[in-house]
Design a binder for this molecule. Structure first.
Ligand code: GDG
Length: 425
């Protein structure tokens, strides 16, 4: 997100501080200024954190928007807490606003924020960007307060989503709620800062961490996966795909290594604890069945690693395996492309259900539910000739250089201004 902030204008960043504090009244924001950005943050109470953040945002909206109705645990009390926390955010934010501010709200935790601000008399342009997918109405209507939530979302002047598919789904819902102007919902795919990421990768490549990883591989190929430990990322299915590679293409035994970086996230939510246990078991089983005394097929890290080291690891890896079951965008796919050596780039295996797939269609696209398709794509990637890797990479690289974090922010804000003018005129 930092890459999207402009240095030539004053910006107020407002949000949860990540802390929990018992309180009876609205909190006072803590202010902290760095350059042109002032960070105003507030704590949540433990009850707000549970109902608003863990349960409604991450236990209901997250699975719903990732098409996983079976994982959605709805309780009306959590919905009410979600609304109340959004109102509390609005009450604490409103006094900090200046009349000519443009407000840009991010992600599913804050869907009703514009309406709450409007109720307090805020008339500034307000835009919203959803980082995760938006499902069709036939699915979204399973949420008990679906229409109330969509009705609140009409208070935004502009809503941005990652892909055309999300835009169509959301527009279908907004139209049913009485929105009449389709230009208020736009597909605006997010990007990275490819130039600085590529530099970081080049610098890290000669650093001690990458050297140690390289030495441990003894000139044999490396597959890398990098994901928050989340059920939307398709980790279990991916490990089963890798297992199919080992079963069907035994020539890779004792040669290929798959390094999966999966920092634990939302560890306090039950589904995430269960997932972690399941992955531990699957990886243990596969390693137990295929490992040799001098070869471990899967290396698995649940602790985060430094960003620059990660960039260097991407550059070293021959293949990136990015197979979410659903993903708003997936920045790992774009980072992998940015980190490659143009003279000897690696190959990207990408789920066709990731938001990045329409842009990155020169990757080896797979259905993440099909273990054999993952195995075939991995084999193809591991045996692909350099000329073909270069041909594909050049196209992928121009895609990620076209839509960057900076251009994404500029395009969205331009569209927000246009949309505000249209509704005023
Ligand atoms: C949401 C949407 C959308 C991962 N492990 C480490 C680490 N990471 C970094 C990656 C990447 C980021 O985290 C993950 O971004 P993704 O886009 O892959 O996924 P979400 O976190 O689910 O993000 C997603 C995104 O919002 C943006 O709109 O693309 O669809 O779900 O940057 O590099 N970074 C470090 N150590 C790690 O171990 N330093």
């Amino acid at each position: 997100m930092k890459a999207a902030l402009r240095e030539d204008q004053q910006t107020l960043w407002f949000g949860w501080s990540g802390r929990q504090v018992e309180a009876d009244a609205d909190p006072m924001p803590s202010l902290d200024t760095h350059g042109t950005v002032t960070y105003a943050t507030i704590p949540l109470t433990p009850a707000q954190h549970r109902g608003y953040y863990q349960r409604f945002s991450n236990g209901i909206l997250w699975p719903l928007c990732h098409y996983r109705l079976g994982l959605m645990n709805y309780a009306r009390a959590d919905w009410l807490q979600y609304l109340e926390v959004n109102r509390m955010f609005a009450r604490t934010l409103a006094p900090l606003l200046k009349p000519d501010d443009i407000i840009w709200v991010h992600d599913y935790h804050l869907l009703p924020l514009a309406q709450a601000l409007r109720e307090l008399g805020v008339t500034s342009p307000i835009g919203f960007f959803l980082h995760i997918p938006f499902p069709p109405w036939s699915l979204f209507r399973a949420l008990p307060p679906a229409t109330a939530l969509l009705d609140d979302m009409k208070a935004y002047d502009l809503i941005g989503v990652q892909t055309e598919e999300d835009a169509q789904n959301l527009w279908e819902c907004m139209r049913l709620e009485g929105m009449t102007d389709p230009s208020r919902v736009v597909a605006c795919p997010i990007g990275i800062d490819p130039v600085s990421f590529s530099e970081e990768a080049r610098d890290a490549f000669n650093g001690p961490e990458v050297r140690r990883l390289r030495e441990s591989l003894h000139d044999e190929p490396l597959i890398i996966g990098v994901d928050r430990l989340d059920y939307s990322k398709g980790l279990e299915e991916r490990f089963l795909g890798y297992e199919r590679l080992l079963i069907r293409y035994p020539e890779h035994h004792r040669h290929v290594t798959y390094l999966q970086v999966a920092p634990v996230s939302r560890g306090e939510v039950e589904e995430y604890r269960l997932l972690r246990r399941q992955l531990d078991e699957t990886i243990g089983r596969i390693n137990g069945a295929f490992a040799a005394y001098d070869w471990t097929p899967i290396r698995y890290l649940t602790r985060p690693i430094a960003r620059q080291t990660l960039a260097g690891f991407y550059r070293l890896a021959d293949v990136a395996l990015v197979t979410p079951l659903r993903d708003g965008m997936n920045l790992v796919a774009k980072e992998y492309v940015a980190a490659q050596d143009p003279e000897d780039p690696g190959a990207l295996v990408l789920s066709h259900l990731a938001g990045a797939a329409p842009e990155l269609d020169e990757a080896l696209l797979v259905n993440p539910h099909d273990a054999d398709a993952i195995a075939d794509a991995l084999h193809l990637a591991l045996t692909m000739k350099k000329e073909e890797r270069k041909r594909r990479w050049n196209i992928l690289n121009s895609e990620i250089r076209n839509t960057t974090a900076g251009s994404w922010a500029r395009d969205f804000l331009k569209a927000l201004n246009r949309s505000r003018k249209a509704s005023a005129g």
